[in-house]
Design a protein around this ligand. Structure first.
Ligand code: 26W
Length: 853
């Protein structure tokens, strides 16, 4: 028995606590029982044992017998049974963290695009084979139940998926971490097409039950909004500030398990859900209007109702700021009250936590921590600032100027009056520092001010994050360089050492092992096991690129994945895939800078050249282009592009002139689940953003690691992928970032390219002519006109280079052996792009957390 046997103050380890329940809202009494001394151990795993537990969950959890169970009953019971196997490790992880409190990472992110949980949790517990057998014994296919899971789509795209990969790697690498975020009731909308146009449906992911979450209403946190501040002086002459808010809501934490890969660690993801408070209701109850009081409840609960579907243009919406403050206020309170021990001296806070801010969305946490330390804990301002600065670091995920968040002073002051005062004070002190460092340079001070004066007085959140953060990082080498040189040049001049890079990564557990089991088996049978958390070991595959047998085995895997995808798309979307086509895949959010329109121009060009008889159909490499993309509901140009893709697909797929050699498929509602099927089947990965625009990209890494070749610009992490795989295994095209800058400075004229390139003219004219819209010119004319006259992201300038690169792709693809050789080298040389490596870089360059065991 362990020496902890009779510690009376130890909380009941059978409760659902993770790091928490040590303080504040924890149990006032700490009951003990000899059985409760050790955390629930991992139950013995056998097929019979699992079957019994599964049936018990079905009977006692769902209240049904096997014979009457619905698919959902079976799925929920299976999920709960698997969950039980993780519980002991979760409790044990929490216990260890309490006994031996290391510095932890608080990952602050408004989005987590998790994807389905069942498979991930099966793999981390190594239960898959047992479960398959146990279910078969009951006459059930695991695959059927897999499909019953609705994925939690609590993110828009790259930034949210990165957060999910990072918490996976943190757990796998044994780093103590709590992920903090928002439990949106509605995640990213479900996309449908009506007459080829995007129509959004609400994503009600919770309606069938959510077996992976543990709500803890007893640990609710109150969050205040509005009102005013009262300033006074105490008898020692210190300034005191009292914030008198005028409304509040409760945050209810929902805990999710984040299991490491077969390392017995289970970290916690804590998502906050908003609930009306009593106090809030009472105000209105007292006015006697019951119905209004109930409506008011809805008002409070709106805060965590829905994920904003904008992926790059912040709308400055009040509710969005409420969401941001809501989740960081809950998270800071939670960490201080429930995770830290009772007697903790907050001067030592930086020794226990580093809050990593995933873009600017959580930056309001900075003035919130200042408010807690100064107003509530009585710290002197400078003391508080010193602590705060060491508790935060900031990751920037974009270069688009319109994506940089700004909040009007009017709105911020109305919602968070005290925080606005604090931001002003931070800015005053900061500008004083600037003036000291650069005497007489008033222009510089103005440029650097956290408060912008034009077009309206507002707070620049990226500047606040940079001033407060101990480190600022971009997400790929090129992006970090541009961040220093173009977005924050004055800041990098003042604090060069603050800036660093951490190139993004993806988790090999989900995106190779789980998504591509056949490739994973081929790798394991070739270089042995263990590569999945030491992804650099993929290097050992390099010599096998020269082995014809291995290349054949690789092609067999690809073919099997294509077949699997074809089976899915028929059922899911009624799309039929030809089994002998090259699969050319472009999946990502729809945005002008990503240039889905350039891909379309390529398709329309090939189609038009054949139609016009300048090219024989027999010259076209049989290929299917697959798109997957959601557009922000208010983004007109993006929605028009979706419409055009669908219409081009219709026309091109039906036109006999191409003899079925070029097909376009656009399955609706691209999400993590679909990505896991699409990526392993792809031959060609489209990464064609205008150079200098895509901060990193992470899809690009997933494709390369699954043996697709990339056609791409010199942008984001493409640059590093190409360096790793070698020029000869990558189809590079287009302008470089300096080329782009130069062309911009010269004055970009897209019309020139149109005039001088007959193929381009043919393609654009065909789009404008109404050919894809039943003769109605008005439908796509605006899109064509925009490309011709504005073309903000220079698709026309890169068009001819792109077509040349596509010709190279076709020639190379004709040589099956050469192509598979390159594909294998892509896999072998991309181990660097594991998110485990990213986390190692964060630890070394930013977090200063203890080394990973
Ligand atoms: C509505 C405000 C807003 C603004 C920006 C919402 C979301 C954003 C994100 C920063 C957009 C985003 O997801 N950026 C992507 O982040 C990925 C992870 O670092 C990168 O790989 C992508 O290149 C980048 O576009």
């Amino acid at each position: 028995m362990s020496e902890t046997m009779n510690t009376p103050s130890r909380p009941d380890l059978r409760s659902n606590a993770s790091f928490s329940v040590t303080k504040g809202k924890g149990p006032e009494f700490a009951p003990t029982h000899p059985f409760a001394l050790a955390p629930v151990g991992t139950p013995p795993v056998s097929v019979d044992g699992f079957t019994k537990e599964f049936l018990r969950e079905l009977n006692t959890g769902q209240g049904v017998t096997l014979s009457e169970a619905t698919e959902n009953d079976l799925y929920l019971s299976l999920a709960r049974t698997v969950r039980n196997y993780l519980m002991g490790r979760w409790l044990e992880t929490a216990r260890q963290q309490r006994e031996n409190p290391n510095k932890a990472v608080g990952y602050l992110s408004a989005e987590y695009l998790l994807g389905r949980q069942l498979d991930n949790n099966l793999a981390s517990t190594d239960l898959t084979n047992i479960v398959v057998e146990a279910l078969q014994g009951c006459g059930i296919e695991l695959d059927t139940l897999r499909q019953a899971e609705v994925e939690p789509g609590l993110g828009n795209g790259g930034l949210g998926r990165l957060a999910a990969c990072f918490i996976d790697s943190l757990a796998t690498m044994n780093v103590p971490c709590i992920g903090y975020g928002i439990r949106y009731e509605y995640g990213i909308f479900r996309q449908t097409f009506v007459d080829g146009r995007q129509v959004e449906q609400p994503d009600s992911w919770l309606t069938m039950g959510s077996p992976w979450e543990f709500p803890h209403p007893e640990h609710n946190v109150q969050v205040n909004f509005g009102g005013h501040t009262v300033h006074s002086t105490d008898d020692k002459g210190n300034e005191l500030v009292n914030w008198v808010p005028d409304w509040n809501v409760n945050g209810i934490p929902y805990n999710y398990m984040v299991p490491g890969y077969r390392n017995d660690r289970v970290n916690t993801l804590r998502l906050w859900s908003a609930q009306a408070t009593q106090a809030f209701d009472l105000q209105i109850f007292n006015s006697g209007d019951y119905a209004q009081a109930v409506r008011a409840q809805t008002f409070a609960e709106n805060i965590s109702k829905v994920l904003y579907p904008e992926d790059s243009t912040p709308q400055g919406k009040e509710l969005r700021l409420q969401q941001q403050y809501f989740f960081v206020a809950c998270s800071l309170r939670d960490f201080i009250d429930n995770v830290l021990p009772d007697d903790f001296d907050l001067h030592e806070l930086p020794s226990r936590i580093i809050f990593q801010m995933n873009d600017t969305h959580p930056v309001i946490a900075v003035p919130e921590l200042m408010r807690i330390l100064v107003d509530e804990e009585g710290f002197a301002w400078d003391e508080a600032w010193d602590v705060t600065k060491r508790c935060f670091a900031y990751t920037c995920h974009t270069l688009l100027p319109e994506a940089l968040e700004v909040w009007s002073v009017e709105l911020l002051g109305r919602l968070l009056p005290r925080h606005l005062e604090i931001i002003y004070r931070i800015n005053d002190d900061f500008l004083e520092e600037v003036r000291e460092a650069f005497p007489g340079d008033e222009m510089r001070a103005r440029r650097m001010s956290i408060i912008a004066e034009y077009p309206e007085r507002s707070v620049r959140m990226a500047f606040l994050a940079t001033v407060a953060g101990s480190k600022v990082n971009g997400v790929a080498e090129l992006h970090s360089q541009l961040l220093r040189d173009k977005v924050l040049p004055d800041f990098s001049a003042m604090w060069p050492e603050k800036f660093t890079n951490v190139t993004n990564g993806v988790t090999p557990r989900r995106f190779i092992r789980q998504a591509n089991p056949e490739l994973a088996n081929l790798i394991s049978s070739t270089i042995g096991k263990g590569w999945v958390n030491k992804l650099d070991r993929l290097r050992e595959l390099e010599p096998y690129a020269e082995d014809p047998e291995f290349r054949k085995a690789f092609r067999d895997v690809k073919a099997a994945n294509k077949k699997r995808l074809a089976e899915l798309l028929v059922v899911r979307d009624g799309i039929e895939l030809a089994d002998d086509h090259m699969l050319d895949v472009m999946v990502k959010r729809l945005h002008e800078y990503k240039r889905q329109s350039l891909k379309l121009l390529h398709i329309v060009t090939v189609y038009n050249e054949v139609r016009e008889g300048r090219m024989a159909a027999s010259e076209v490499t049989p290929r299917t282009v697959i798109f997957g993309a959601k557009a922000a509901p208010g983004y007109r140009m993006a929605k028009d592009t979706i419409h055009l893709i669908n219409k081009v697909a219709q026309v091109v797929n039906d036109d006999p002139v191409l003899e079925g050699r070029l097909r376009v498929a656009f399955p609706a509602n691209y999400n993590v689940t679909l990505a896991e099927k699409l990526i392993p089947a792809a031959d060609l990965s489209e990464q064609i953003s205008l150079a200098g625009m895509e901060a990193s990209g992470t899809g690009n890494m997933k494709f390369a690691l699954n043996g697709a070749l990339t056609i791409g610009t010199d942008d984001g992490a493409n640059v590093e992928i190409r360096q790793h795989v070698g020029d000869e295994n990558f189809f590079l095209f287009g302008m470089t970032e300096p080329d782009v800058a130069q062309l911009s400075a010269q004055g970009y004229q897209p019309g020139r390219y149109y005039e001088s390139d007959q193929r381009l003219r043919g393609a654009l004219d065909l789009i404008a002519s109404g050919h894809f819209s039943g003769g109605d010119r008005s439908v796509f004319e605006p899109l064509a006109a925009n490309l011709l006259h504005e073309d903000r992201f220079m698709a026309l300038a890169d068009y001819s280079s792109y077509l040349d690169a596509q010709a190279n792709v076709e020639a190379y693809y004709a040589d099956e052996e050469a192509w598979s050789r390159s594909a294998i080298l892509n896999i072998a040389r991309c181990g660097f792009f594991s998110s485990d490596r990213s986390i190692r870089d964060y630890i070394q360059r930013i977090w200063d957390t203890p080394p990973v065991i």
